[in-house]
Design a protein around this ligand. Structure first.
Ligand SMILES: Nc1ncnc2c1ncn2[C@@H]1O[C@H](COP(=O)(O)OP(=O)(O)OP(=O)(O)O)[C@@H](O)[C@H]1O
Ligand SMILES: [Mg+2]
Length: 403
């Protein structure tokens, strides 16, 4: 019989699509993708739920499709979260005496004790490194002598109620939420190898309504961020700029878009066939591409400015990795290369096997990363003898959902 406990499901309720990815951990601990389900998303704007009934229906459709492909029953998911309310920052915890396992747990607890307004919820506290009596870069201080241990963590938090909305929608389908994970973090898990994380890399996930980014360097998460802007805004710009309906703008973008405008398009035009009550029209290709590239360039520049402000641009020796549907825009690598001054590639899923058709799609990076996150959690849980407080992070949210 199929061992249900080896199944891990990642679910992204995105602005453009809902995507469920089913992974299986084999006896050797290797992760393989065995099913994918997708549905057009109708209840989400800028990464956040605006119609939970529609969103639940779309989640059901995606999950059923993934179940059929994988031939398993999905009972629980790792759920990706995003939205303009999420914030990331670095924090430090201090503990005066050293250094047993309990001291280490205490210092991490101190780092988690952040003064946030009551309506906020901490989604992640990611351990970066320890410092013992001022000595930097210590990975495990247990057993060391010293008078003071400090830990640096990266904290991601968001609005409590807004985080509950996708959880509610999933739970309304009798599915458990194992954990919630920031979408950008999930995508970086899917794309980056340990070596790239060491070297320093920037992952940018450009979706329909949001663009998440994550900087890893020295093997740790250094910075995360999010812009509530994505491919939908590019389509909007085209609709306004070219005076055409949004649906036609979306079609023009995917069929004729490019992030780079060169001399070869000067004077060229494409024909927009008649339909939806519109007469046939000629669209200036240079104009189209200029509108698209200006918006995408602006998104990259905002990210570059933010990362520049944190001083991390010089750390990105591994380069920039793009994912999300936006990574499909022709020549987007070239544009990103110009803005960041770094090598850029479209990220490919790292160290996971299985359905090639899923692993190569840039828009599946988040859901695949969620499966990878789930496999790490399961491994950790197994290491702790099975139980442990794995759901403690979301327990407050779950309690609120139940009430
Ligand atoms: N070939 C293409 N050229 C240009 N844009 C594209 C192409 N293919 C997909 N896109 C755009 O990618 C976006 C969808 O990406 P994705 O599926 O990653 O979004 P999402 O995960 O649903 O949204 P979000 O993460 O923002 O909530 C849409 O704006 C779509 O127009
Ligand atoms: Mg997305």
């Amino acid at each position: 019989m199929f061992d249900q406990s080896s199944v891990i499901v990642g679910l992204e309720v995105g602005t453009s699509k809902v995507c469920a990815v089913v992974g299986e951990v084999n006896d050797d601990g290797a992760l393989s993708i065995i099913g994918v389900g997708q549905a057009r998303s109708r209840g989400v704007r800028k990464g956040e739920m605006v119609d939970s009934a529609l969103a639940a229906e779309d989640v059901r459709n995606a999950v059923v499709e993934a179940e059929q492909m994988a031939d398993v029953e999905v009972r629980s998911v790792y759920l990706g979260v995003t939205g303009g309310h999420l914030r990331g920052f670095n924090n430090r915890g201090v503990h005066p005496v050293v250094i047993s396992e309990e001291d280490v747990q205490d210092v991490i607890k101190n780092a988690k004790a952040i003064n946030l307004p009551a309506e906020n919820h901490v989604v992640h506290v990611i351990r970066q490194h320890f410092r013992v009596d001022g000595q930097d870069g210590i990975q495990n201080p247990v057993g060391m002598l010293g008078a003071k241990v400090e830990v640096d963590v990266h904290v991601i938090h968001g609005n409590f109620n807004r985080l509950q909305n996708p959880i509610r929608a999933v739970k309304s389908l009798q599915l458990e939420v194992e954990d919630i994970v920031f979408n950008g973090l999930a995508s970086s898990l899917a794309l980056l190898s340990n070596e790239q994380k060491e070297l320093g890399a920037l992952v940018i996930d450009m979706g329909g309504g949001t663009t998440e980014y994550v900087v890893c360097a020295d093997g740790i998460v250094k910075h995360t961020g999010l812009l509530a802007v994505g491919g939908d805004h590019v389509s909007n710009d085209l609709a306004y700029g070219l005076k055409i309906p949004l649906s036609r703008a979306e079609q023009l973008k995917t069929e004729h878009g490019s992030a780079f405008v060169d001399d070869s398009v000067k004077g060229r035009s494409v024909t927009l066939a008649h339909g939806s009550g519109l007469a046939e029209r000629s669209i200036n290709l240079e104009h189209l591409r200029r509108i698209l590239s200006l918006r995408v360039e602006e998104i990259f520049e905002l990210i570059a400015r933010e990362i520049g402000r944190t001083g991390l641009l010089d750390y990105l020796r591994g380069g920039v990795f793009l994912c999300g549907g936006g990574a499909r825009i022709p020549e987007i690598q070239k544009l990103a290369g110009k803005v960041f001054g770094l090598p850029v590639s479209t990220g490919k899923t790292n160290s996971i096997s299985g359905l090639k058709s899923a692993l190569d799609q840039p828009e599946f990076a988040t859901a695949i990363g969620l499966v990878k996150f789930g496999s790490f959690q399961k491994r950790k849980r197994a290491g702790r003898g099975g139980l442990g407080g794995i759901r403690s992070k979301v327990s407050r949210l779950f309690r609120a959902v139940k009430n």
